[in-house]
Ligand binder design. Sequence first.
Ligand code: GUN
Length: 291
Amino acid sequence: MSAKVISGNEVSQQLKDEMKEEVVQLKAQGLEPSLAVILVGDDPASKVYVLNKKKACEYIGIRSLETKLPADTTTEQLLEVIDGYNKDKSVHGILCQLPLPKHIPETKILRSILPEKDVDCFHPFNVGLISIGEVRFLPCTPAGVIELIKRGGFQTAGQDVIILGRSNIVGRPLSNMLDQRDMNATVTMCHTKTKNLKQRCLEADIIIAAIGVPEFLKGDMVKEGAVVIDVGINRVDAPGTEKGWKLVGDVEYDAVKEKAAAITPVPGGVGPMTIAMLMKNTLTAAKETMK
Ligand code: GUN
């Protein structure tokens, strides 16, 4: 079997087109959704992410505000900027791009964003809501994974799902989302200390790889007909290529593709979905203000 390739580029484009139409309606009702993005320092990857978020906002019709601060910004100065956006009623979503410079405590900053404007869904209040099934926002990357499974034509109800990786950003919230009553999956979280990992993977209907190890999931760890979602994005040496490096996921793509029913590529899989789901959260935040 050669797997169906679920394209995050295509699915995210569909979602953005749907949201673009919705924004036209919202604007006709007098609501202009808006997202404020804060970037501290000059990490090159963060600059690219922030630019892509701005482009997505422009495409959909979301007003985007941006505050760029130097790397030596103090915690108090950053808190002041967030406080300004918290108080500004015309701003619906606030995102502080990570990683922050080392002298700024990330948790303190993320907790200072009002939960109703926390479109990343990193605030413990919003994380807690997910675990009791009262969702306001869904964290962007996990929500993107679930959307890819659904729009790829696969269901989660009754399926055995293995999640490789227990990060607060991906693995843990995914586990919380997938075993809720609307998803009905049976979830096993695996990590570096898990016993019989290969055997567990071989029994899974769906495997989500978010472990941060290049090409960790091999072809002989996947059963025929499984659905494999690759959240990893790793830069590895590629001697002889123009750049000298390439991007690979946490899945050994060519080998797993021969076994799986469906697989997501890297790049062009989960990556573009994260931004689309951020846009979706921004619309949710904006619409909440109309209630
Ligand atoms: N840095 C890399 N990914 C993300 C993300 O999804 N949100 C924020 N705030 N920072 C990031």
